[in-house]
Write a protein that binds this ligand. Structure first.
Ligand code: AHM
Ligand code: MG
Length: 335
């Protein structure tokens, strides 16, 4: 990643400066983001020591989706919960790894925001040293003046109402990427200092790249229109080369690559997953907001992801997101 800026600025400083510009200066929102970055520092440290710290492997439990919970998933879930439940800025949370609302304990004050998160996206990649990440999404509660515990309708808001979204990617380095609706900023973690430094400000993604990202093993489960698009992507003639296929199998890592290099990410409906696999609230809304903020598009094939009215906190949705021209191209096949 090229460093397009020459100022040395930490994420704490960036958050504080942003709050002064974009938000009413109560400090609540800045504290929320700062507490989140603390959780990510801790998770990053544990991920970096995975294999040494006896947390690799599976717990005895299944999560709400019937999947085996990996120990590192559970650890990350608990770190975010414990970093965020006492700051007075949140009134409720929801996590991919928890069943219903995660309440704020009675002893702490309730604030005006809600947090939804996927503690460790890409859990099937944890044990094979492939990138994984934490994804987060923040909304204001419906009644911003309330001081009571948050309710389900505070969590079930369409993605365009997010006030912040982002992720931390534990890859060959640790990147924190976030938006508050005023562009996408990318930070890189210096483990020796324990600080995230700004490495790219107001990032814009390429408008097109000849790359696509899909689990092509499910080809026979897809609708004809998806097969036709993938056949087209692979086709070659005098006017077009075959598109490159890149698929990490960690949505946040695939989207990170596409944010930087462009291309298309697809997880369509198939005969086994009629609603797709990815979760609207923990994955698609935050990643969709980032992609849009960087100049790209995110759709379920018929509707903008950020305009979908969620019905349940764990609902899934098909997705096509990435560079603007790539998304418009696949949409022609779908219509
Ligand atoms: P997870 O949140 O349980 O890790 O599952 C979501 C992941 C995404 O990160 C990734 O894009 C997808 O599952 C991969 O699914 P598949 O193995 O069906 O290709
Ligand atoms: Mg996930």
């Amino acid at each position: 990643m090229s460093n397009s800026i020459n100022k040395l600025i930490t994420i704490e400083r960036h958050i504080a400066e942003n709050e002064a510009v974009y938000n009413e200066a109560t400090g609540e929102f800045s504290r929320l983001l700062r507490d989140l970055t603390l959780a990510m520092r801790v998770i990053s440290r544990e991920v970096r020591r995975a294999g040494l710290n006896d947390i690799l492997g599976e717990t005895e439990k299944e999560n709400v989706h019937g999947e085996q919970v990996k120990k590192l998933d559970e650890f990350a879930h608990n770190i975010v919960r414990r970093a965020m439940n006492h700051g007075g800025h949140l009134c409720a949370m929801a996590s991919e790894e928890a069943d219903g609302i995660i309440p704020i304990p009675d002893v702490y004050e309730c604030g005006k925001y809600v947090l939804l998160f996927d503690p460790l996206d890409g859990s099937s990649n944890i044990e094979v040293n492939v990138s994984i990440g934490t994804i987060f999404s923040v909304y204001q509660r419906i009644d911003a003046d309330a001081t009571t515990p948050g309710k389900m309708n505070d969590l079930l808001q369409p993605g365009f109402k997010q006030v912040a979204a982002g992720y931390c990617l534990y890859g060959s380095c640790t990147n924190l990427v976030y938006t508050t609706g005023a562009g996408v900023n990318i930070f890189t973690f210096d483990p020796t200092l324990g600080e995230f430094f700004l490495t790219k400000e107001n990032h814009r993604m390429p408008e097109f790249s000849p790359q696509y990202s899909i689990n092509e093993g499910y080809y026979n489960r897809w609708d004809e229109s998806i097969r036709k698009f993938v056949n087209y992507a692979k086709s070659e003639d005098d006017n077009k080369s075959a598109y490159g296929l890149r698929y990490i199998g960690t949505a946040v890592a695939d989207i990170h690559r596409i944010l930087l290099h462009g291309g298309l990410f697809l997880y369509p409906a198939d005969t086994k997953n009629p609603e797709g696999k990815l979760r609207l609230l923990y994955e698609l809304n935050p990643l969709g907001m980032l992609v849009e903020q960087a100049g790209g598009l995110a759709t379920d094939g018929s509707q903008r992801i950020l305009e979908i009215q969620p019905e349940t906190i764990h609902q899934r949705r098909p997705v096509f997101m990435g560079s603007k021209d790539n998304v418009n191209e696949v949409l022609k096949f779908l219509s």
